[in-house]
Design a protein around this ligand. Structure first.
Ligand code: CAA
Length: 240
């Protein structure tokens, strides 16, 4: 039987590439999204992957959404916590809502989704969870106290949950992408981005597919010995 995977934020950007990579591995994929229904429907049509709308920052919505996926596709074996937002600004200019939304969605989303999926994986003795962190959670970034804190939290969350899953056949790992050619990075002011790219040893932004390859590696059937680790895919920008 095909493995069932949920990819949060799975209809565009890095998430879209991950959804496609897991489908290529033979998995049945549910791509979660929170925003534009029209774009998600276009993705479903293009990719042949069902999309499901809910906000990962909403605990109850995650319970209901994951139950729906399980009912329609089967018990969830693989969870990729990819959904994330930015609300960049220096601390002086950052509102409480900018702080809270980023923590609630980027970090809280991992908790909410794991609560809905991890117990079933443990019960069935097999599971793969991959959390998408960030270079900016490892190294910090000017104008991102909210995002860096949430992503840094994801790395701690990963190592803690990995210990709970280890004896039960459930691996929990993180990927820390560097700057990837997506809408999120395109929103960084051009002059700032130029300076960032100049500091990437490979001399370019990464591609979403290059992150998806890492996720596929961590989700493989043979991946049982890799847990609690962070794969840094950043073109050498932060060697950690
Ligand atoms: N280090 C030190 N100083 C910096 C700096 C840095 N990295 N970046 C900016 N500054 C300084 C500027 O030189 C400037 O100083 P002066 O006033 O003395 O000239 C001052 O800070 C103000 O800079 P800005 O004009 O940029 O300030 P702003 O308030 O208009 O914007 C900002 C601030 C919103 C943080 C903007 O700089 C920005 O968007 N930066 C990009 C942040 C970033 O990298 N986000 C990543 C998004 S992608 C992502 O997060 C994905 C992932 O996982 C990698």
């Amino acid at each position: 039987m095909a493995r069932i995977a949920i990819v949060t934020g799975g209809t565009r950007g890095i998430g879209e590439a991950i959804s496609l990579a897991l489908k290529d591995m033979g998995m049945t994929v549910a791509a979660n999204y929170a925003g534009n229904e029209e774009k998600a429907n276009a993705f479903t049509e293009r990719a042949g992957i069902k999309s499901y709308k809910w906000d990962v920052g909403d605990y109850d919505a995650c319970q209901t959404g994951c139950a729906k996926v399980a009912e329609e596709l089967g018990p969830v074996d693989v969870l990729v916590n990819n959904a994330g937002i930015t609300r960049d600004g220096t601390l002086a200019r950052m509102s409480f809502d900018d702080w809270n939304d980023v923590i609630r969605i980027n970090l809280g989303g991992c908790f909410n989704m794991a609560k809905a999926c991890f117990p079933g994986m443990v019960e069935r003795g097999w599971g793969r969870i991959v959390n998408i962190g960030s270079i900016n959670g490892q190294a910090g970034q000017y104008g991102q106290v909210n995002y860096a804190a949430a992503k840094s939290g994801i790395h701690g969350f990963t190592k803690a949950l990995a210990q709970e899953g280890a004896k039960k056949g459930v691996t929990v790992n993180a990927i820390a992408p560097g700057y990837i050619d997506t809408d999120m990075v395109a929103a960084v002011p051009e002059a700032v981005l130029e300076k960032i790219v100049a500091k990437i040893p490979v001399g370019r932004l990464g591609q979403a597919d290059e992150i998806a390859r890492g996720v596929a590696f961590l989700c493989a059937e043979e991946g049982g010995f890799v847990t609690g680790s962070t794969l840094s895919l950043n073109g050498g920008q932060h060697m950690y």
